[in-house]
Every structure is written in C-alpha cells, then in structure tokens.
Design a protein around this ligand. Structure first.
Ligand code: ADP
Ligand code: TRP
Length: 321
C-alpha cells in the first residue's frame, strides 16, 4: 500500500488556492493508500510569533480539513509538533545537506522579500520539510506547484543520505495536479496569503460576496464582447462548474451584453453552493471541539509509532546507536 503524506502551515486562514492546490487532491488521494496529513506548526514558527494565533490557526486547519472531507477513520491527521522526532531527523539530514542546495531555494528569497525575517529556521525550512516526508517513508506528496522545488530538495537529501550511509530512504514523488497547480487570486496573480489577494474558505456569506465583487477586472463596457481566456472570474469558475456551465459562461463572455458584476454573482453562488455541506460539517465540529481533540490525539499516536521505527533505523544507520 502506498503512503501519502502532506502538510500545511497554520499561518493564517485557508484559501481557495490551498483547497484546490493541496487539500482537495490530498483528500481524494486518501482512497488510494495510507495517508498522513499534518499541521506544520514547527514550520509556521518561522513566520508566526503570536502563540495564541498559532494555536488558533492550528485548530482551524484541523477543523477545516475535517470539514472538507478528510476521513479520520482512514487517514492520520496530526500536529507536526506532536511528533518531535522530526526535529531530530531534520538535524541528522542537515549534516549531509549542502549549503548550496538551500541557497538555490526560491521560497527563502520570496519570503524574505515579503518581509519575513531571514532566520536560520527559514533558511533551513526545506530540511525540516525533507524530514517530514522521509520520517514516514512517504511515496507520494500532494502539493501545489510552488512546493515542487522543496520535493526536489527532499529527494536530493535522501540520495545524499543513501550514498553516505547505504539505502536508508525511499525517494518520494510529488503529486501536482496541473489543472489546479496555480489558483489565481483577486488580482490575477497567484493566490497567496502573502499577496493579500485570497478568497478564504468558509467566509460568512456577506463577506464572501464582497470579496468576489472585489475581483479585479478591466474597464470593458457591459455591451462589449469579453475575452474569457483573460478573466480571473472564468478561471475561478472553472474550479467549480461543470464543462457545460463553463462553456456557457465563456459563450456569454464572447457575446457581450453581460457585465462583469453579473458573472461575479454567478461565481459567488457557485462557491457558496459548493461549500454548503462542508459548512454544515464545520458548524458541527466547532460546536463539538472534543471530537477534533480525539482525532488529533489518535493521529499523534499513530504518526509517532511510524516515526519511532524509521528514526531507529536512521540512528542505527548513521552510528548513533
Ligand atoms: P500561501 O502562499 O497562501 O502562504 P502556503 O504556501 O501555505 O500558501 O500553501 C499551502 C499549500 O497550498 C501548498 O501545498 C501550496 O502549494 C498550496 N497552494 C497555495 N497557494 C496556492 C495556489 N494559489 N494555487 C495552488 N496551490 C496553492
Ligand atoms: N512547505 C509546505 C507549505 O508551505 C508545508 C509543508 C511542510 C509540507 N512540510 C511538508 C508539505 C511536507 C508537504 C510535505 O505549504
């Protein structure tokens, strides 16, 4: 049975990019193997310095993941810091990781350019991510395209370990769904917390409507034909609608006579509808926090037992035991 693993940082509210790029593919994959999904709270410490916020975001990720269809009976959901073994593995991996490999990573440069402090933790982030993946002998890692380089670094580190110490690790494969690899934000750039252009999951109806109405459009008049290939509205609608509905919206763009506001309303209705059931599940979980605690406790226990046996193998392999 293949092992599938992914993580998401509790650094803020989840958005449609996170959902389509990572969460939904991860949830679909839980049918195909043994899945381990975790809340990357050690990673989030590189950007969140407010303990109450970190706790709240961690909780929110657990609730949102469960609301969106993660099945705790089949999938292990856990908090990264409940398995501190990962920090030990990260240290061991760091001793074979060439500095140059980390210096080439885009995410350090992107994040510092967006105002996150250039700490050692941020620089070494890919090593901790490699430890996350290798600690569970993962085969497949569902992520959005922006994480591809981190998966390459993980493989490079695993190869380096295997060359140095004999085969200790298998090489994980990224699982990137091309059709949703980069979900666009309100301004047409990649949707990202750091760009303040997100459409967050589970917004109250009024706020969602206002957010969708804020999608940036050009000044083409209502009567004029519009190019569906250049529209963020159509791009987002594609994520939710059937092929027939998409073709219909595209035809109405080309025909002219409909303003962007009407298309936005249609998109808004679709999003609301899509998340309706999940919203109900979320309301239930928010009213029953103890159910979430039970899931996280069981997840931690299961993850820890896998981690302990892999770490024993690694300690023995490198001569610590
Ligand atoms: P953000 O850019 O908002 O900080 P993260 O870096 O925390 O988001 O991403 C968490 C997961 O969601 C990763 O697997 C990432 O690839 C995916 N993801 C984030 N934004 C997008 C997007 N706009 N399109 C597709 N996937 C995305
Ligand atoms: N770096 C990922 C992100 O920012 C989160 C993450 C941490 C992760 N460890 C992981 C994803 C291991 C997949 C596998 O989105």
């Amino acid at each position: 049975m293949i092992r599938i693993l992914s993580g998401i940082q509790p650094s803020g509210a989840l958005h449609l990019g996170n959902y389509f790029g990572m969460m939904r593919p991860a949830i679909e994959l839980q049918e195909r193997g043994e899945a381990f999904y975790f809340i990357a709270d050690y990673h989030a410490l590189t950007s969140v310095r407010d303990p109450a916020a970190l706790r709240a975001h961690s909780r929110q990720i657990a609730v949102d993941f469960l609301s969106c269809g993660l099945d705790p009976a089949r999938t292990c959901l856990f908090r990264q810091s409940d398995v501190p073994e990962v920090a030990e593995l990260a240290w061991i991996l760091s001793t074979v990781t060439p500095m140059g490999l980390l210096e080439r990573c885009h995410s350090f440069k992107d994040k510092t350019a967006h105002g996150i402090s250039p700490t050692h933790g941020l620089f070494a982030y890919p090593v901790l991510m490699a430890a996350d993946i290798l600690l569970y002998d993962s085969d497949l890692v569902p992520v959005g395209r922006d994480q591809k380089q981190h998966l390459e670094v993980t493989r490079d580190i695993a190869v380096k370990m295997n060359e140095t110490y004999g085969t200790l690790f298998k090489l994980p494969e990224p699982h990137i769904r091309e059709e949703v690899a980069t979900v666009k934000g309100l301004d047409g750039q990649k949707m990202s917390k750091s760009y303040h252009n997100t459409i967050d999951l589970f917004l109250p109806e009024k706020v969602l409507r206002k957010t969708i109405m804020g999608i940036v459009t050009d000044s083409t008049p209502v009567e004029a034909p519009k190019d569906p290939g250049q529209s963020t509205i159509v791009d987002l609608y594609r994520l939710f609608a059937s092929p027939g509905e998409i073709a219909d919206m595209e035809a109405r763009f080309r025909a002219g006579g409909t303003g962007y506001g009407d298309f936005k309303k249609q998109l808004f209705e679709r999003i609301l509808d899509y998340f309706r059931l999940m919203q109900a599940r979320r309301d239930h979980l928010l009213a029953h926090p103890e159910e979430v605690d039970v899931v996280l406790r069981a997840g931690a226990e299961k993850a820890r037992s896998v981690a302990a046996s892999v770490l024993d193998r690694v300690r023995a392999g490198v001569g610590l035991r």
